[in-house]
Design a protein around this ligand. Structure first.
Ligand SMILES: NC(=O)C1=CN([C@@H]2O[C@H](COP(=O)(O)OP(=O)(O)OC[C@H]3O[C@@H](n4cnc5c(N)ncnc54)[C@H](O)[C@@H]3O)[C@@H](O)[C@H]2O)[C@@H](O)CC1
Ligand SMILES: Nc1ncnc2c1ncn2[C@@H]1O[C@H](COP(=O)(O)OP(=O)(O)O)[C@@H](O)[C@H]1O
Ligand SMILES: [K+]
Length: 480
């Protein structure tokens, strides 16, 4: 599990740890880790041209101490202080003591740099880059240098992943002590490049559970349902899929495709696309409805390609089993009805659907994904999976960590891939996973399947994603 903590929490943890250590120890640990990553990226340190963009806080201090370590190994290191009177004094002395210097012409050194360290702001940054930093950030980006952000890409918000203005786009970010939410959530996530975590000993001082976490292979493997000797198809769980319409029969087929790969023992389809479903999947049980007469299920999925059918959505929500609501099912949704349900509800909107539920613009949801998903979960008293370039899963209890999906590929942005996801997550619900686990595991497998299907950059169809879920499942269970 990868954990992320808010800036304020990191500061408290740092203060506790610092009180037990000689002054400057933490910054030296951070700088040593940072310099090691830079050396790795450079390949050859001796003779390399390194430029440090140095802000007025400790983030600049980290860059200066790391620069000093690289200078001692023979790199030509130039510092560009953004607030010359307020540069970290110890760091600057260390740099000049090691043979580094302050650049006379920042743009000239940036033009020929091999590596640029972005030490403008870290967890103390507020808002986007200030105007004086913007031309320097652009010059760095315009050069051939590898850009390494210190702790966070400057201009991004540590706690939310928002980017309010310009920010520095890094190739890699070296972060200290713990991940910050912004490093894992778009839009800030895309500015961070490859993120590496340097352990500075904060672990024992950080709260558990964290506010945000990302599952990894071994976490997903532990959650995957597995049939036992006593299993039969009913004990493994039956998932009911209420999807598709005369206009959108394909959504039903894709949701069933996802459900068949999600670990339930049987998939019961209810709706107007039974012929299309059975033609593709003879193993599905089909029924023309209504859902309450279709036979027992352990979880329902309602909504993909359903069209305008508020009565059927209401009927499914009246059931006593977990319900996943997606796509057209989200439109008629009333918060009180969902809040009053006795069983779990999992809502799976994309940004547009989330915006409609919240009464804000789609752009607002995309800019503030974490706040949006939390707000929806609180308002509906439900688990919410917000789809998109970083998928988030929030529980109705705000003290439960939000899950961010680290898997995926923009190739998944293809018609129908959300239908596959809803079937897959519904199947996991029927197999007995809790709503947050079902959502997070489904997003992970779906993301991995999307990556596998896209290979080295090949457009994928939603069916191919569904077909790749089995392989992803196997790889998660036995990596390597
Ligand atoms: N506290 C500690 O023990 C450690 C802190 N570390 C580093 O210290 C950083 C935090 O340092 P600080 O609290 O000094 O804060 P920062 O260095 O992140 O930034 C604060 C400074 O930046 C200025 N600033 C804020 N927003 C700005 C903007 N948009 N554009 C330009 N300047 C802006 C502020 O006026 C302030 O002077 C961490 O991110 C990390 O890099 C590491 O050395 C690890 C140990
Ligand atoms: N830029 C992106 N990067 C990664 N995944 C994405 C991106 N855009 C969309 N996705 C994923 O693709 C799927 C699309 O679902 P959805 O928007 O419901 O489409 P549809 O309704 O056509 O099925 C979701 O799983 C979503 O998380
Ligand atoms: K930075």
């Amino acid at each position: 599990m990868r954990s992320a903590h808010h800036a304020e929490t990191v500061r408290h943890a740092e203060a506790e740890l610092m009180a037990r250590l000689p002054e400057g120890t933490l910054m030296r640990r951070a700088a040593a880790g940072l310099a090691a990553v830079c050396a790795d990226l450079l390949g050859r340190v001796y003779g390399a041209r390194v430029v440090l963009l140095v802000g007025s806080g400790d983030n600049g201090g980290d860059a200066l101490y790391a620069g000093a370590l690289l200078a001692r190994r023979g790199a030509g290191v130039s510092a560009v202080p953004l607030a010359p009177g307020r540069t970290h004094a110890g760091g600057l002395a260390a740099l000049t003591g090691a043979g580094g210097r302050v650049a006379d012409d920042p743009f000239a050194v940036l033009a020929t740099a091999d590596l640029v360290l972005d030490g403008i702001t870290g967890i103390g940054g507020r808002g986007g880059l200030r105007p004086d930093a913007v031309p320097l950030a652009r010059a760095a980006r315009g050069s051939d240098a590898v850009i390494v952000a210190v702790d966070l890409p400057s201009g991004t918000e540590a706690d939310s992943g928002e980017v309010r203005g310009e920010a520095l786009r890094a190739d890699a970010t070296v972060t200290f002590g713990t991940y910050k939410p912004g490093l894992l959530i778009d839009p800030a996530h895309t500015y961070a490049g490859t993120v590496r975590l340097v352990d500075i000993g904060l672990g024992p001082y950080l709260p558990d559970p964290p506010p945000l976490e990302a599952l990894q292979h071994q976490d997903v493997a532990r959650l995957l349902p597995e049939p036992s000797g006593e299993s039969d198809k009913y004990r493994r769980g039956v998932v009911g899929i209420v999807a598709g319409s005369a206009r959108y029969p394909g959504a039903a087929v894709l949701a069933v495709a996802g459900a068949l790969r999600g670990g339930a023992g049987a998939v019961r389809y209810v709706g107007h696309a039974a012929d299309a479903v059975i033609a593709r999947f003879p193993e599905a049980l089909v029924h023309s409805g209504p859902p309450a007469r279709a036979g027992q299920v352990q979880a329902w999925v309602v909504g993909p390609g359903l069209g305008d059918d508020p009565d059927v959505v209401r009927e499914v929500l009246e059931s006593r089993v977990p319900v996943l609501v997606d796509a057209d099912g989200l439109r008629p949704l009333d918060p009180a009805t969902v809040r009053d349900r006795g069983a779990a509800t999992l809502l799976t909107p994309h940004a547009g659907e989330a915006a409609a539920l919240l009464g804000v613009s789609r752009g607002r949801v995309e800019a503030a994904r974490l706040a949006s998903v939390r707000e929806l979960a609180a308002r509906f008293g439900a688990t919410v999976l917000l789809k998109g370039s970083t998928t988030l899963v929030a529980s109705p209890d705000g003290s439960v960590p939000v899950r961010v999906n680290p898997m995926g590929t923009p190739w998944l942005a293809t018609a129908g891939s959300g239908d596959v996801l809803s079937g897959l997550a519904g199947s996991l619900l029927a197999a007995g996973l809790g709503a947050a686990d079902a959502g997070a595991v489904a997003a992970y497998l779906h993301g991995l399947a999307g990556r596998d299907a896209a290979g080295r950059g090949v457009p994928v169809t939603s069916f191919e994603v569904a077909d790749a879920v089995g392989g992803a499942w196997g790889r998660v269970r036995s990596p390597g």
